[in-house]
Design a protein around this ligand. Structure first.
Ligand code: IPE
Ligand code: IPE
Ligand code: MG
Length: 253
C-alpha cells in the first residue's frame, strides 16, 4: 500500500527517485532572482523576465502543493526594490494581481492558502484589492500556505516586531524579564509560520538581500546559478534532494 502511494506521488519519476524516502521540507523559502538577466540575455526588456518568472511561481507552487509542503514563501518585492526605475516598479506592483487573477481558481482547487508577509499599505490599491480577495477566498483552505513576501524587508520587520513587543510590555502583557525569543517570534510578520527549513536563491547571488534574517537562523541554504525564469520542477526536486542529504544538528552532535 505504502509503495503504491509513493509511486503515485511521482510526477517526475526520472529525477524523483528516493525523494519520498527522505524528509520533505515543511517550509521552503525562495529568493526568486535573475529575471532581469534572463531578459537581458534575450535582448528583451527586464519586465519580460518578470513575466516569465510568474509562470515559474505557478509551477513551483503546484509541485510544492503536490509534495504536501506546508508553506512556500516567495520573495516577490523587497523594501529595497523601490530603488528600481519607475516603470519596472510599476510592472512589479501589477504582477501579484496578474498572477492571482489568472491562477486563483487553480490555487483554490489545489487547496492553497494565500498569505502575504510585508507592508501592503504602499502597494497600489488595485493590486492590494486582488491580493486581499485572494487571501479571503482561500482563507478556509487547509493545504499549502503560499506566502508572498511583498514589499518585505527583514530589518524593517524586526524594528516593527521590537516596537510591538515594547508596546506589549507597556500594556503589561508581559515584563521585560519574560520577553524571550518566542515572544519576539510572535511579533514577526511571518508568525505563525514555522521557520523555513530550506532557502533557495537562484541566479548565482550568494546573499540574503534583507530576507528573513530572524527566521533563517537554522535554515539550510541552497544556491543555484539557474536564473529564476529557467527554474523548473526538476531544479526544485534537486534542491529538496540536496536538503535531504544535509545533517541538521542545531548545535548538537
Ligand atoms: C528578481 O529578479 C525579481 C525581483 C527582484 C523582483 P531581478 O529583477 O533582480 O533580476 P536580476 O537580478 O536583475 O537579473
Ligand atoms: C532580492 O533580489 C529581492 C527579490 C528577489 C524580490 P534583488 O535582485 O533585489 O537583490 P540584490 O539587489 O541583488 O541584493
Ligand atoms: Mg536581482
Amino acid at each position: 500500500m505504502f509503495k503504491w502511494l509513493k509511486k503515485n506521488r511521482q510526477l517526475y519519476p526520472l529525477v524523483e527517485e528516493d525523494i519520498f524516502n527522505g524528509k520533505i521540507p515543511e517550509h521552503i523559502a525562495i529568493i526568486m532572482d535573475g529575471n532581469g538577466r534572463w531578459a537581458q540575455k534575450r535582448s528583451l526588456p527586464r519586465v519580460a523576465g518578470h513575466h516569465e518568472g510568474m509562470k515559474v511561481v505557478r509551477k513551483v507552487t503546484k509541485l510544492a502543493s503536490h509534495y504536501q509542503v506546508k508553506a512556500l514563501t516567495l520573495y516577490a518585492f523587497s523594501t529595497e526594490n523601490w530603488k528600481r526605475p519607475k516603470t519596472e516598479v510599476e510592472y512589479l506592483m501589477k504582477l501579484p494581481g496578474e498572477f492571482l487573477s489568472s491562477f486563483l481558481p487553480e490555487l483554490i482547487e489545489q487547496n492553497v492558502k494565500v498569505r502575504v508577509t510585508g507592508d501592503l499599505s504602499q502597494i497600489p490599491e488595485h493590486t492590494r484589492k486582488i491580493v486581499n480577495k485572494a487571501i479571503k477566498d482561500t482563507s478556509k483552505n487547509s493545504g499549502l500556505v503560499l506566502n508572498f513576501a511583498l514589499n518585505y524587508g527583514s530589518r524593517t520587520e524586526i524594528v516593527h516586531a521590537v516596537k510591538e513587543a515594547i508596546s506589549c510590555i507597556e500594556k503589561g502583557e508581559y515584563t521585560v524579564d519574560q520577553f524571550d525569543e518566542e515572544k519576539l517570534t510572535q511579533c514577526m510578520m511571518t508568525y505563525p509560520l514555522p521557520d523555513p527549513d530550506l532557502l533557495i536563491r537562484t541566479s548565482g547571488e550568494i546573499r540574503l538581500s534583507n530576507f528573513m534574517l530572524w527566521q533563517l537562523a537554522y535554515t539550510e541554504f541552497y544556491f543555484t546559478d539557474v536564473l529564476w525564469p529557467d527554474f523548473n520542477e526538476e531544479h526544485l526536486i534537486q534542491a529538496i534532494k540536496e536538503y535531504q542529504q544535509r545533517g541538521r544538528r542545531y548545535g548538537g552532535v
